[in-house]
Design a protein around this ligand. Structure first.
Ligand SMILES: CC(C)(COP(=O)(O)OP(=O)(O)OC[C@H]1O[C@@H](n2cnc3c(N)ncnc32)[C@H](O)[C@@H]1OP(=O)(O)O)[C@@H](O)C(=O)NCCC(=O)NCCS
Length: 270
């Protein structure tokens, strides 16, 4: 599903969530603890004492997470969210710095993609039909993509890549953004991932190709030195793919909260 004024795919609740994020981000953009990962606004919390800020943000937006949370603090965040009537949702934070750059460069130096496939990046000139195809495929596989406007550059510095066949089907996508404020101590970190491969094309290392190319681009174009992604504990495919690229399970989590009244309670993405 999409809306005319911007290209946003997902359920009605996901589309409404992204639209609230777009509306809210102007009010937060000068705060070094604010992070906009292309889809939603979240918070670089200093510790569980800041759970209240995440709760307020969640009530405004419908979802919010505390980023780079020590695993040992996860329970405190969850308790605070539950007491506020919100639904906790957690992703393991996979993270890599030199390991990610090294693994990506090594992979790209030797990988030969299946014949007929092309790796493309979204630019300001990418036609709507490419963005629709990319979002459609990603959404069918449970991964929320940023709105078309953000993919085309109206957002944090970053890149969205996609793989297309010679008949124009989009079969894999992903990317990353410099999601943290220039004055934050995470300023050289990218939020990376949003990877999805069409089921019939899985196992050809397309996600690894897109993921590695995104790491290379984020490094060379935007000076990224760290790469992190949220992965659910039951998503073995994503864990394997991230680990191959040197982005490995860390001792941190994304401690998220969902407002059931605003969103119906569903997860914002996989
Ligand atoms: C995760 C996903 C993007 C992987 O796509 P893919 O193109 O099949 O992945 P790749 O072929 O690039 O695999 C990369 C590595 O992960 C491994 N891997 C992939 N799927 C796996 C699985 N189900 N179990 C174990 N390992 C797996 C591959 O063996 C490969 O390792 P290798 O290169 O050493 O052989 C795909 O399964 C998908 O779209 N899932 C649904 C959306 C999703 O969960 N996205 C991630 C959100 S965090």
């Amino acid at each position: 599903m999409c809306q005319n004024e911007d290209i946003i795919y997902g359920s009605d609740a996901q589309i409404a969530l992204v639209r609230r994020a777009l509306a809210l981000r102007r009010f937060f953009r000068d705060d070094p603890q604010m992070t906009f990962q292309g889809r939603t606004i979240s918070w670089l919390a200093r510790g569980p004492e800041e759970a209240g800020i995440v709760i307020d943000l969640c009530r405004l937006q419908g979802y919010a997470s505390a980023q780079f949370v020590a695993r040992t603090d996860s329970r405190s965040f969850q308790n605070a969210y539950e007491q506020a009537g919100l639904i906790p949702i957690e992703w393991d934070q996979f993270h890599g710095r030199d390991s990610a750059q090294k693994a990506s460069a090594e992979f790209l130096a030797t990988y030969s993609p299946p014949e007929g496939l092309r790796l493309c990046s979204v630019t300001t000139n990418t036609p709507d039909d490419r963005i629709h195809a990319l979002c459609q495929m990603s959404s069918e596989n449970g991964v929320l993509q940023p709105p078309g406007s953000v993919m085309r550059g109206d957002g944090p510095p970053g890149i969205i890549l996609y793989v297309e066949t010679d008949s124009g089907d989009v079969v894999a996508t992903g990317g990353g953004f410099m999601a943290y404020h220039p004055q934050s101590d995470r300023r050289d970190e990218a939020f990376w991932g949003m990877l999805a491969t069409a089921p019939s094309w899985r196992g050809h290392r397309l996600a690894r190709w897109v993921g590695a190319a995104a790491i290379r681009e984020l490094t060379h174009r935007f000076g990224a030195r760290g790469f992190s992604s949220g992965v659910k504990p039951d998503n073995l495919a994503s864990q394997a793919m991230c680990t191959r690229l040197g982005v490995t399970r860390s001792d941190r989590v994304y401690a998220g909260a969902i407002d059931p009244e605003l969103t119906g309670g569903g997860s914002p993405t996989r």
